[in-house]
Structures are given as structure tokens and as C-alpha cells.
Write a protein of this length. Sequence first.
Length: 249
Amino acid sequence: MFSHKLLNNLDSSRYVAVLTGAGVSAESGVPTFRGENGLWKKYRAEDLATPEAFSRNPKLVWEWYNYRRSIVKQKSPNPGHYALAAMERHFSEFELITQNVDGFHRAAGNKKVYEIHGNIMRNRCVKCNRLSEEPPFETKDDLPFCSCGGLLRPDVVWFGEALPEKLLKLSYTAAQNCDVFFSVGTSAVVQPAASFPLIAKENGAFTIEVNPERTPISSIVDEVILGKSGEILLSLCSRLKINMTDMSK
Ligand code: OAD
């Protein structure tokens, strides 16, 4: 399953960067966005994940996010998340850029995590920008409000919104400077995340994709490993003799 080239590159690399997408949490039971049972097959992003949708119908948007929060609360990290946490402990430098908002990478033990699309469990006040994790907050007409009186929104990045500048900068730097770059469980169609593996490749990194299906970047990366991230990453750690003992945490 793993070529000598890939194993040699990982053996000699000091700095590893990883980009993850919804596919990494698929084995936890969190739905992906695209593909057969993807969220965007059933729901329209324009109605639920844009600032315009929130201004038009904040109740509907909150209903959808509360539904997604309830799914995340019932699920937990899978072996793929724990393998990535073990890899962070193993390599001298390890940075994880994620498009996922479920918080599972931190829950599994990763420390250097850049949540470039935000976190679904966090609220942000549209008026004072204060962040809050969970209730208690004031509710009026089924909508949550900050103590300053401003409406709360989920602290995620919607379509048409800018990504957090600092995290974006850190992500570009990681892609430019790493020795090995992984793209795991992402359809690689949403920018700017989809360009990170290409930037890594241009800057001389060995690039690896892990996905059960081929994506638009498959023909560009150095190695495509077709399969589920939980299974592939676990067996990669075992091949590299990376200690997985913290998996139960
Ligand atoms: P997608 O839903 O677009 O893609 C999920 C990818 O995961 C697909 O390529 C699947 O083949 C792959 N996949 C499925 N099961 C897998 C498994 N067990 N192991 C590994 N891979 C698996 O999700 P993202 O690429 O994350 O943005 O989507 C990017 C962004 O588009 C999301 O962050 C979200 C979405 O609209 C916003 O909401 C702003």
C-alpha cells in the first residue's frame, strides 16, 4: 500500500503538514458535504451557509447549525484523527490545517491545528464579536443573543466570507516550508484550501493524497493512496512505528 519512496520521504522528513476535509470525520459518522450522502445533496448552501441567508432567515440557519451540532455532540474522533495526533507527537514539526468545524482534531490530541473554516461549537456576536462556546445566552424568539444585545451566529466561515487572516497565513507558510504535505479526506474543490497541496508541491514538498476517490489534485500530487483515512493513517503509523498509545485519550 505504501511505496518505498513515500516511506523514505517520511522517514527522513522533519516537517510535516496536513490538510484535512470532511472525509476524515466520515468514519466518525459526521456527514460530508459532497458525494452520495453529502449535505449539499439535501440542502442548498445558499439557504444555509451564507451571510445573506443568515440576514434573511437567522432562525432557519440556526436550526441547521443546531442540527449539525447535535450530530457532532453524539460522535467522537476515529482512528484517523488519533493517527494524526500520534504523527504530531512523532515529527519534529507538524501542522494540521483543517476545513472541518467539528473540533475532532483537538479532541484527538492535535495541538497545532488551524481551523480555517471555524468551529461549529463556538458562537460569535455579530455586534461585538465576542466568542462564546455554548449556552448560557439570552434567547428571544428562539434566537440566541449576546449580553451586549447583539445576535449570536455560529463561528464558522460561510460562503462569500473571508477566512481568518492569521490562520490563512500560517497555512500558507506551512505549505511552503514543509517536507511532506498530506491532503486527507477533502474533495479539493473549495479554495483556498485546495491550493495548499499545490503550493507545497511547487515548493518541493513530497505530496500525498488520502481519499477513497480521486480528486482534481490526484494527478498533481506525488502519491495517491485510495482508501479510508482511518484505515490508511492507522496502518501508515504502524509501518512507520509511530507510537499510538495515546489513542484512547
Ligand atoms: P467534501 O464533502 O467536499 O469532500 C469529502 C471528501 O472526503 C470526498 O472527496 C470523499 O471522497 C472523501 N471521503 C469520504 N469518506 C472518506 C473516508 N472515510 N476517508 C477519507 N476520505 C473520505 O468535504 P471538504 O473537502 O471538506 O465549507 O469540503 C470543503 C468545504 O466545502 C467544507 O469545509 C465546507 C464545504 O462546503 C464550508 O461550509 C465553507
